[in-house]
Design a protein around this ligand. Structure first.
Ligand SMILES: CC(C)[C@H](C(=O)O)[C@@H](O)C(=O)O
Ligand code: SF4
Length: 413
């Protein structure tokens, strides 16, 4: 009678772990990016540890401020590169390779049944593969660097079932926005969400990653999709090590259960400045935009760019439109398929793979009083630039809006 999380923590801690137990667990893979590795490495050095527990289990992608935006960032990048060399960390992804939450799945580190911990809140993305993926702070990460272990309180789980078929113009992003709008930003605090239902079964890995990615936006510790053929096919030939899929027992205990009917779902918009300020697009009053941004660990994958290109093909954007592929592989594929050409011809700007302006660091921040429609996961006040307004939506809605210069239903284009 165990949930997926209880089973993963039981294996990782070597004891029968139940919700609310405190356990010390062995971490399978640990990730820190350029933004958080700086503090994690500082704290690791302060612990006077000489060597990391396992240089092959640590993954360091540079993605948040890449290519370096200032001399300060460049110096920090340099410092981390030196530490990576000294510690012989084998999985280092330098500028231009892509966003951490895209690179771990692409390189087969997000695996069913594994405990994958990242020094980044959106590490819940790995739940799309049936892993327990979760984010921790940089000092907790330094402890993992040193010992390969960390303490956890085993989360209670909630069950979210989404049945039905997506209507044309409606996507996984709309579903997760609807879920967050319904549960609220604290609706799943310290809980692990397990996703079930026919709408999830028929979703691609890309869609599942969008779903799991945003579990943290309702306070979730993890957002897990039980692995199936779609998962195994994706991992075929790329899994970094062997894995054992884990499923919940039929009589597992959930602290709450929710159901969603995808047949009825419309495109959703999260209005400023909270992710749960979610509305059907038909309820949004006319909203002028200054910028559209398509990218991030939520929606910067090939499928997302493909949808945007299908809408922008042969048209011209009415506002600044920034497109940042989630990884080098995504960009290469998008070039091969002619997607990049279509986007450029439509007047979009293509950024180098990475986080781009998602957290307001560089490469497309917005000015005071400006409004951006974004495919990211957060619309917090000031996130993309002080005094700016962010509306969250799917890539289709963002692309349709880029064409008109105001929030636009992709089904009306
Ligand atoms: C910089 C990093 C710590 C942060 C996070 O943890 O989520 C960032 O990725 C974000 O999306 O706000
Ligand atoms: S793309 Fe945005 S949300 Fe994702 S890791 Fe980067 S800054 Fe965080």
């Amino acid at each position: 009678m165990s949930t997926i999380s209880e089973k993963i923590f039981s294996r990782a801690s070597g004891k029968n772990a139940k919700a609310n137990d405190f356990v010390i667990a062995d971490v399978d893979f640990a990730m820190a990016h350029d933004g958080t590795s700086v503090l994690a490495v500082k704290s690791f050095k302060e612990m006077e540890e000489e060597k990391v527990w396992n240089p092959d289990k640590i993954i360091i992608p540079f993605d948040h401020l890449t290519p370096a935006n200032t001399d300060i960032t460049a110096a920090l990048h340099h410092e981390i590169r030196e530490w990576i060399k000294e510690q012989k960390i084998s999985n280092f992804y330098d500028v231009g390779e892509g966003i951490c939450h895209q690179l771990l799945p692409e390189n087969g580190f997000a695996l069913p049944g594994k405990l994958v911990v990242g020094a980044d809140s959106h590490s819940c993305t790995y739940g799309a593969f049936g892993a327990f993926g979760t984010g921790v702070g940089a000092t907790d990460m330094s402890e993992i660097f040193a010992s390969g272990k960390l303490w956890f309180k085993v989360p209670e789980s909630i069950k979210i079932t989404a049945d039905g078929n997506f209507k044309e113009g409606v996507y996984a992003k709309d579903l997760i926005l609807k879920i967050i709008g319904t549960l609220g930003v604290a609706g799943a605090t310290y809980k692990a969400a397990e996703f079930y239902g026919t709408a999830i079964d028929s979703m691609s890995m890309s869609g599942r990653m969008t779903l799991s990615n945003m579990a943290i936006e309702m306070g979730g510790k993890a957002g897990i999709v039980p692995p199936d053929k779609t998962t195994f096919d994706f991992l075929d030939g790329i899994a970094a090590e062997e894995y054992e899929p884990v499923y919940a027992d039929a009589d597992a205990t959930y602290s709450s259960e929710y159901t969603f009917d995808v047949n009825e779902l419309e495109p959703q918009i999260a209005s400023p400045h909270q992710v749960d300020n979610v509305h059907d697009i038909s309820d949004i009053k006319p909203t002028k935009l200054d910028q559209a941004f398509i990218g991030t660990c939520t929606n910067g994958r090939l499928e997302d760019l493909e949808v945007a290109a299908s809408i922008l093909k042969g048209e011209k954007v009415a506002i600044r439109t920034l497109i940042v592929p989630a990884s080098r592989n995504v960009l290469i594929e998008a070039v091969r398929k002619g997607i990049v050409e279509t986007l450029l011809e439509a007047g979009a700007v293509i950024g180098s793979p990475g986080c781009g302006p998602c957290l307001g660091g560089h490469m497309g921040v917005i000015g005071k009083g400006e409004t951006c429609i974004s495919t990211a996961n957060r619309n917090f006040k000031g996130r993309m630039g002080v005094g700016g307004f962010i509306y969250l939506a799917s890539p289709a809605t963002a692309a349709a809006s880029a064409l008109t210069g105001e929030i636009t239903d992709p089904r009306e284009i």
